[in-house]
Every structure is written in C-alpha cells, then in structure tokens.
Design a protein around this ligand. Structure first.
Ligand SMILES: [Zn+2]
Length: 314
C-alpha cells in the first residue's frame, strides 16, 4: 500500500508541484512552451527561451523575422562544422545556424576566397542560434539568421579537434584602435573582406576602424564596395557579415542602405571612428560612480509576434 502511494506521488510530482528547476527547463522545451498559456509565455525572458533551443523549427518555411537585433528565425539550417574550405569554431555554443541564404553565402565565400584570394579557408565564429533570437551571452544582433562572424585568422591545413575549436584564440590584427599590426595583416585579409563586401546580398561588413583605414588605402579601381565596410568596435579579430532580408521573409526589416556622406566612408565617417568620440561613449564608468541599473531582460512579448510561433513549433 505504502509502495503504491509512493509510486503515485513520484508520478504526480512533476505535474502537481513544479520543482524549482522545472520552469527553467520548460522555458526551453518546445512542447512545454506550446502548452503554456500566452500570458505566462510572453513574460519569459527571450534570451533564455531562444538560448535554450537545441534545434531548428522543422515545420516552418525558412524566413527571417523582425530586425537584426530584435527578431528570430524559422526554418534555419546549420552550416556544416567542416567544409571543403571552412571549419566552425566554438561548437559548444551551437550557433552555426542561419537562414539558408546566409549559410550558402558563407560556403561560397569560403570556396571562392580559397581559390582566388590566397586565403586558406574560413574559421567561422557565431552565426545564430537554431531558432535565432536573443542570446544569453555576447551579440546584440545575430538574431534573425542573417549575420555571421568570420575570424581574421586563416584556417590551418588540418582539421581542428573539438577541444582546439573551443580553446584556440583568434589573432588580433591591430596594435590598438588606430594602428594595424603588419606582422599579422596580409593582402589576403584585404582581398577576403573585399570579396565578401562585393556580393550583392551583403548589406554590411563590420571591421575595427584601422582595418577600414587600411582598406581605404589599399583599394584601387572600383571602390564602391568600401561603402558597405563599416568601422565598429570589437571587430579586431573577426569581421561581421550581414546580408539583406532574403526573399520570402516579409516581416524581415532591412537596415537603411549605407550611405556615408563621402561615398566610400573613407573620409568623414572614418575620421570620426579614428577619433576619440565613439570610444569615450563606450568607456566603462569609473569604479566610484554608481553603476546604472541594468535594463530588465527582454521578454518574449517584446519580440515580433511570429517569434511566439517559432519557439512553440515543432
Ligand atoms: Zn558579429
């Protein structure tokens, strides 16, 4: 009799009394999310829900939903961890997912730059999570499956082990925020970035400011591609490729076309980034100043409504 009661209790427990870990687990489990009431679902932190997704939607057509820094992705595909001219790094993050158009573009860049630019293959950093969305760590963007980070370190000739892909550090190609490190930087780096910027589907490339300065100095002949290469903090060991909204993604929001006043962005805009102003803004507050209260985490309600379907779909 006692045994029967205990057995019943063991079966009942997960349903009647939610253990403390249960909500955390249900916040990532697609079926649990689908079973949840809208009210409860919408209050969940978006990065926790999307950060815990292990696989893509399989029942929805591929599309990017929302904007680069506030959205999600349906029907994502994985970039193979090893390809003829690339290797994916940091496999434990499970961020090698993207819209099929982005995955195809990375593969094409890898092959073409290897064949034509003297670049020995790509080491690929983060694309997006299996269903995109905000992440638990790093990146404000990379949410809709249209952003990819590529290391400025050429791929070695051998296949890296899983462990090496976690531990190897990328090579920083600058000495500081104004100066290139020519012991690392090569013309093949410049050709690789030019090739990426030349693809019509690419909307933006982000690089550290002295890299942009270097490209401005280096580029001969057609310089139109330079307009897409924009200086931005934190891109001293990788560059960031962003493609435009693909066809069949009606709720995807493009950024306005880059239009630096000086055409290539090699004049005024670059001068601004080589100056102090943007860096002053990004400086950390002094230790004796009271830290600003962190903003509450984005809930699922703050994302486009379709993202609700993305985290509850099979
Ligand atoms: Zn990035």
């Amino acid at each position: 009799m006692i045994r029967r009661i205990l057995l019943a209790a063991a079966i009942m427990l997960p349903v009647t009394a939610m253990a403390p870990g249960a909500l955390a687990q249900s916040a990532t489990d697609v079926r649990a999310l689908a079973a949840m009431g809208d009210k409860q679902l919408m209050k969940l932190p978006a990065k926790k829900v999307f950060g815990g997704q292990k696989g893509p939607t399989t029942s929805m057509k591929a599309r990017a939903i929302g904007s680069y820094a506030k959205g999600c992705m349906a029907g994502g595909t994985a970039l193979a961890v090893d390809g003829p001219a690339w290797q994916v790094m940091r496999l434990s993050r499970n961020r090698n997912w993207g819209h099929p158009d982005l995955v195809a573009l990375v593969e094409r860049l890898a092959k073409e730059s290897k064949a034509k630019d003297g670049w020995n293959g790509l080491l690929v950093g983060d694309l997006a999570q299996p269903r995109g969305g905000p992440m638990l760590s790093g990146h404000a963007s990379h949410q809709v499956g249209l952003d990819a980070d590529v290391w400025l370190t050429p791929m070695p000739d051998r296949t890296l082990t899983r462990k090496e892909r976690e531990e190897i550090q990328a090579t920083v190609v600058v000495k500081d925020r104004k100066t290139m490190d020519y012991s690392v930087w090569t013309e093949a780096h410049a050709k690789l970035i030019r090739r990426a910027a030349s693809y019509p589907e690419v909307a933006r490339i982000f690089v550290h400011p002295p890299i942009k300065a270097e490209l401005c100095k280096w580029a001969k002949g057609d310089r139109a591609w330079l307009a897409k290469v924009r200086p931005y903090y934190g891109h001293n060991y990788h560059f960031h490729i962003r493609i435009s909204c693909p066809e069949g993604s009606p709720s995807c929001k493009n950024q306005p076309t880059p239009s630096p006043k000086d055409g290539t962005g090699c004049g005024e805009e670059l001068a601004y980034w080589m100056g102090k102003v943007p860096w002053k803004q990004a400086e950390k507050p002094k230790p004796d100043t009271k830290p600003a209260k962190p903003a509450p985490p984005l809930t699922l309600a703050a994302l486009p409504a379709e993202c609700r379907a993305v985290v509850t779909a099979e």
